[in-house]
Ligand binder design. Structure first.
Ligand code: B12
Ligand code: SF4
Length: 436
């Protein structure tokens, strides 16, 4: 059979369409590697190249995050009109399978490893089932190396995205990772990671883990093994890494140029209500200084719109970021992703007013906030991006931290563009009135 793996285009404005931030969807090279060699496979990322709807294929397999769902359904419907079978998988179809099933011949719920080969067998025998569910979390030993050779050669910042762990022991109200991957931190053997690293071209790697330091003993073993490769890598990690000097030292030595850290909020009330107990806001300042002192830059993630957030949250957050010299930051609007506990609560409270999934991209307000208006929340996001990515702020932060200033200058100039994208006439960003 001929199988086309497809990632739908995400709607603008998207930070991720800025060249410095373009990463390939790792799910597709992973699925291609899981496909038995008897089948012909190809990958199209619609963010890089258009989809050929006329090609002769037996199966279109799409990976879907919530904000891409409307586009994914359009693509699926078009292929199905021509009689091409369509399978949908990934976070969104797994969390709302009944909806996805209206646009697909089969929906895969959960991780593909345990069901993909049997789905292909069923298709070959013309016995495709509507739903395939991964009942047990697959073992992560000896996973095949993702087929990065199938990815477009140009257009990405790097194709070296590698996954080391799955699952998260926390269960933040706004997040779907624990619902999807479970509350156990599952780790790939370090030896397998090293075999994969050896196949990569270039020295830049993005570990797509939710918390690469979630198990400190494992992380230390991994960092020691990575050190000889002289990589420059980034990943996501929780702020409590600041408590472990040995971890920070090994992390920096292994080539970590920056950690994406979910601070989420400066308000402990908001952190507590979201269930992010690992974050203690009163220690943030000291934690940042400690991580910086080990030469690790920080890309901080902050969320606006919690029930404890009033209009003052924007200035407080911008001041904090600038004062503490965070090298980069991403600001998001609290978003009730379907399947999350937040979605169910806001639904019960009758506060979700927009169900256009393309707006569930964390820069649009889709629910009624408690202590400010929708417009104030929307405009506050833009205002914060404007403050934090002003030329003055960029220089203050980068000269203050001195961790990889040239690299982060590039990142900051990329992130500066999101300010313009958010107000562009073609933007999907909801129009708002200025904050007073
Ligand atoms: C790396 C990453 C990114 C990268 C790369 C994205 C990309 N091109 O794929 C970047 C940084 C660009 C990104 C952007 C965004 N991301 Co993101 N991202 C991730 C992250 C950390 C890892 C994803 C990954 O590569 N996993 C490794 C692969 C191997 O796993 P996988 O994709 O889950 O695939 C497995 C299964 O899902 C399944 N599967 C997946 N697809 C398919 C398809 C078929 C046909 C089948 C059978 C199976 C299948 O099988 C695979 C193997 O087991 C996840 C967190 C997470 N733990 O998943 C968040 C995550 C996917 N992102 C999320 C979000 C919300 C976003 C943004 C919308 C917002 C943001 N974070 O700023 C933007 C999208 C921008 C936009 N405008 O739309 C959410 C998605 C929630 C949802 N309900 O969809 C997640 C889960 C984070 C979270 N904490 O909630 N992201
Ligand atoms: S936000 Fe981060 S810490 Fe919280 S459940 Fe999701 S992945 Fe885990």
């Amino acid at each position: 059979m001929r199988i086309e793996f497809i990632s739908p285009k995400w709607k603008e404005p998207s930070l991720w369409s800025i060249p410095t931030f373009r990463y390939p969807p790792l799910s597709l090279p992973t699925l291609a590697a899981l496909t038995p060699a008897e089948h012909e496979v190809a990958i199209t990322d619609e963010n890089i190249a258009p989809i050929d709807f006329d090609q002769a294929i037996d199966l279109a397999a799409l990976t879907v995050m919530t904000p891409m769902a409307p586009r994914a359904y359009e693509i699926a419907d078009r292929f199905r009109e021509r009689g091409v079978k369509v399978v949908l998988g990934g976070m969104h179809p797994s969390l709302v399978p009944e909806e996805a099933a209206r646009h697909a011949d089969a929906v895969v719920i959960g991780e593909a490893e345990s069901v993909w080969p049997s789905l292909l067998d069923d298709l070959k025998r013309n016995k495709l089932k509507k739903i395939y569910k991964c009942d047990a979390y697959p073992a992560l030993e000896k996973l095949p190396i993702p087929r990065r050779d199938l990815l477009p050669k140009k257009g990405y910042f790097t194709v070296n995205t590698v996954q080391v762990t799955r699952g998260c022991p926390f269960n933040c109200e706004f997040c779907t990772v624990t619902e999807f991957f479970g509350n156990q931190h599952r780790m790939r053997p370090v030896e397998d990671i090293i075999e994969e690293i050896k196949t990569l071209k270039g020295k830049i790697v993005f570990f797509v883990d939710d918390n690469i330091v979630g198990n400190p003993a494992y992380a230390k073993k991994l960092f020691k093994a990575l050190t000889p490769f002289k990589l420059q890598w980034m990943s996501q990690g929780s702020i409590n890494m600041a408590a472990d000097d040995e971890l920070l030292e090994l992390c920096a030595k292994s080539g970590c140029v920056g950690m994406i850290i979910g601070f989420e909020s400066l308000s402990q009330d908001s952190l507590n209500s979201a269930g992010k107990h690992v974050n203690q806001a009163r220690h943030f300042k000291a934690n940042i200084k400690k991580i910086h002192d080990f030469g690790i830059a920080i890309d901080g993630v902050f969320v606006f719109g919690f029930d404890h957030d009033d209009k003052s949250v924007f200035k407080r957050t911008a001041d904090f970021v600038i004062e503490n010299n965070l090298e980069a930051c991403q600001f998001s609007i609290l978003t009730p992703l379907p399947g999350s506990r937040l979605y169910h609560r806001l639904e019960r409270e009758g506060r979700i007013f927009d169900r256009d999934w393309s707006k569930y991209d964390v820069v649009n307000v889709v629910f009624e906030p408690k202590l400010m208006s929708r417009e104030e929340l929307q405009e506050g996001l833009l205002w914060t991006y404007q403050q934090v990515y002003s030329v003055r702020s960029i220089f203050k932060r980068l000269l203050g931290s001195r961790n990889y200033p040239l690299l982060y200058l590039l990142f900051n100039l990329g992130l500066r563009k999101i300010r313009r994208m958010l107000v562009a006439p073609t933007s999907n960003f909801q129009k708002a009135t200025p904050v007073r």
